[in-house]
Design a protein around this ligand. Sequence first.
Ligand SMILES: Nc1ncnc2c1ncn2[C@@H]1O[C@H](COP(=O)(O)OP(=O)(O)OP(=O)(O)O)[C@@H](O)[C@H]1O
Ligand SMILES: [Mg+2]
Length: 531
Amino acid sequence: MRSSTISAKNTLTTHNSNITQRETEARKLATFLEISRTLAGAYKLKEALGRVLETLGRHHGMIRGVVMLVDPDTAELRIEASYGLSEGDAHRISYRIGEGITGRVAESGKAIVVPQISREPLFLDRLGLRKKTSGRQELSFLCVPIVVNRKTVGVLGVDLRYKEERDYDRAIKFLTIVASMMAQAIKVEHLIEAEKQRLLTENIHLKQELRERYDFGQIIGNSHPMRQVYEQVTQVARTNTTVLLRGESGTGKEMIAHAIHYNSLRAGKPFVRVSCAALPETLIESELFGYEKGAFTGAQARKKGRFELADGGTLFLDEIGDLNLSTQIKLLRALQEREFERLGGTETIKVNVRLIAATNKDLEKAIAADQFREDLYYRLNVFAIFMPPLRERKTDILLLADHFLEKYAREHGKLIKRISTPAIDMLTSYHWPGNVRELENIIERAVLVCETNVIHGHHLPPTLQTAEGSGTMTRLSLGGAVEAYERGLIQDALKTTRGNISKAAKMLDTTERIIGYKVKKYDIDCKRFRC
Ligand SMILES: Nc1ncnc2c1ncn2[C@@H]1O[C@H](COP(=O)(O)OP(=O)(O)OP(=O)(O)O)[C@@H](O)[C@H]1O
Ligand SMILES: [Mg+2]
């Protein structure tokens, strides 16, 4: 170890003895500048470190240089970048922490100088490279730690020609600054890598959540029209066929679009939605097809359009009936040829996209009124699925109501067990112009205002309690409302007691005779509650 601890006196960069001290300092500063530019502008750390070593070789007479980083899995030092070594050699070299000079620097975090490697027994020339060189010329080896957050993450080691007059102190100071610049770049890369990993994990998690959310199991309804929809989805999902989803607002078109995607072979690829109604006419084309830098004022960088973002996956064009005519022409071309140009660009871009479109508009009427292109209509209308309105699948209302009750009770932390019979009657007799979305909103509201563990009629909005709502009452008088309330209470009690009049009477703190009388008056069928 004699030579390794020597603090030497001669400079690293005086391979030309005529160069003055000032010139040497100026060269070092120029090197720092070049290194910092290399590290700051680099896309890949490995390449940048290689270029830094090259700079040291070019300007400071370094014969060989390595950056070795600690592999966290094996706790071994491996070459990340090298200069003056073949790629094969670089691959072969590794040191355990504490092993040889390099391993000791990594272990102690302190720089080591070996002025003459031929005299240092601890020097483990793994590839025998230096011995080969030193046949003609003695070499010096300098090794400094690379420290991130006070932890040694690697080392920088360089071979120099041995010169008696070299100032090793200055040389080590110089290399320590280079190593700390490398450390900074490594730290940034670690942070970026950690963030990338976090985003990746989050992405996998979100994709899984989406998949579960749009799983068939989450689509509620077993009425005949819904079963037909499931059948159609199953038929078409695994193909690349364009699907047109039609149906009134709130019938579940978007939900079905997701289900098609997540049950297709493209499930692992993006599902990209574009709302043709939400985007202003001026923006829709740049959203769909993207733009090149400078395509218009404010286009400061190239931007990919949704078509490109959906490559390999599914593009969902929602509310297609609201698309303006000029965009319809461009869309038609993109659909026919599966290619397009970005706004302001000349390059033709090809994409592999499965298309699903949806609308609640009467497209045939829009064609007759010259608002929708017939040729585009035929392109889209390859496989149409009609979402039935909720009023035409009354048997689903209760299933959906129970599903939303459970969902929102859980979400709002409430213990609500069921919906009262009169409230169910109100739900089933309403005509649901807003379809499932309206039902969902109504149940969420009911959960919020409900203070007991049962949703009652009065938790539902007035529209469901009036003539327009149910179509069963012409006018809601006080007497009528009281009767409806009374009937509801009795039905609830009978439901709880499984149709037992005497127990129901006890629950309501009245007599069996009165309940019997009211049951007759309201024509309540007790047998209905017995099962
Ligand atoms: N069968 C269903 N099961 C469970 N939830 C449903 C079902 N159908 C619709 N929904 C829910 O109803 C809401 C409205 O559905 P969706 O957005 O898919 O309707 P839409 O047909 O796209 O309506 P719009 O034409 O207004 O865009 C969503 O919150 C959706 O989760
Ligand atoms: Mg929709």
